[in-house]
Design a protein around this ligand. Structure first.
Ligand code: ATP
Ligand code: ZN
Ligand code: MG
Length: 313
């Protein structure tokens, strides 16, 4: 890093700390004592529910099938997404205690000595869901009707990326509209939704840019995958300069083309017998909500009439 880079990084950290401090001080978020984990208060929920409802209204013409899933998924389903190959550092699993009285006594003794006791737990064949669309691919099978299928899925996501940036949480919510169909219908879903998403986010009084992006693939092989993803324009992000014009803007939503990635691993086929393609658009609910607080202040009653109207607040 050059001195200029270091200064910029320090300034960015300061901007993040300032926003985090303001959200905590104004009673929007509650610090739970672990980076990227927060309790949410009434004002946060009011705005985030309004964001979610506006997102749903904006996609009403999709007539998507509503599906909701728990925040954990079976290991077998997680396996088929190949997530552990690409994002091992973000993945997290559930463990449970399966031992007998003796093992329990050993656990308590370790705890008494101030040692870690979670090592006494066994993997429970459950993973925390890192992207809310994951569970759907195991459900649609090999007879996807002509025109494809479109789903409305909102829920909890967990990614092991602890950070003091209030825009980077470990546990958060995304609302996805997922299409599974032909190569053409998947691309049309991804591309066709971008202008409306942009207009929606702009109607919230947030400055938005749509930029080609990549997922944070792990390791050296990951760098190659990330480059391919950008070159093939598989991912677009809706970014906003939440920390001002001098710093990298933050993604508050994304539009992703998976091509046959999930179709191949889950054995999904369209009416013509071909491997299905898929695409999803995702609204990051906490990030949009916090971007609103950052842009307009933490009291929604004082936001301008047009912003409140866009959110039906
Ligand atoms: P980033 O580039 O910031 O790491 P991402 O590319 O991994 O995000 P996606 O996988 O596209 O994000 O997830 C969809 C949306 O979920 C993002 O556009 C963002 O709004 C939200 N999101 C992703 N990661 C987080 C996080 N750690 N905390 C809060 N929201 C997040
Ligand atoms: Zn998805
Ligand atoms: Mg990204």
């Amino acid at each position: 890093m050059t001195t200029t880079d270091t200064t910029a990084a320090t300034a960015l950290d300061a901007a993040r700390a300032e926003l985090r401090g303001r959200l905590l001080a104004d009673g929007v978020l509650i610090d739970l004592g672990s980076p990227g984990l927060y309790g949410r208060t009434g004002v946060f929920e009011r705005v985030s529910a309004a964001v979610d409802a506006a997102a749903v209204r904006s996609q009403a013409d999709l007539h998507a099938d509503v599906l909701r899933f728990p925040p954990v998924e079976p290991l077998a389903a997680f396996e088929r997404t190949d997530y552990i190959a690409s994002f091992p550092d973000l993945a997290a699993s559930i463990s449970g205690f399966t031992g007998d009285d003796r093992t329990h006594r050993a656990l308590l003794a370790a705890r008494e000595r101030g040692e870690r006791w979670e090592t006494f737990l066994e993997p429970a064949d459950l993973m925390l869901t890192p992207a809310v669309c994951h569970p759907v691919y195991g459900l649609v099978g090999d007879s996807i009707p002509e025109g494809g299928r479109t789903f409305d899925i909102v829920g909890d996501s967990f990614r092991r990326e602890p950070s003091l940036d209030p825009m980077r949480l470990q546990a958060f919510h995304m609302h996805e509209f997922v299409h599974i169909g032909t190569p053409d219908s998947a691309k049309e879903h991804r591309d066709g939704r971008i202008p409306g998403m942009r207009a929606l986010l702009e109607s919230f009084g947030i400055a938005v840019d749509v930029v080609p992006a990549n997922d944070p693939f792990f390791g050296r092989v990951g760098q190659m995958l990330a480059r391919n993803q950008v070159e093939q324009s598989l991912k677009y992000e809706f970014v906003t300069p939440v920390y001002g014009p001098d710093h990298e803007p933050t993604a508050i939503s994304s539009a992703n083309l998976h091509e046959d990635h999930f179709g191949t691993s889950f054995g999904l086929r369209t009416a013509d017998g071909e491997v299905a393609h898929s695409a999803c658009i995702a609204f990051g609910l906490e990030r949009i909500t916090i971007a609103l607080f950052a842009a307009h202040g933490t009291d929604p009653d004082r936001w301008t009439p047009d912003v409140r109207a866009a959110l039906a607040l």
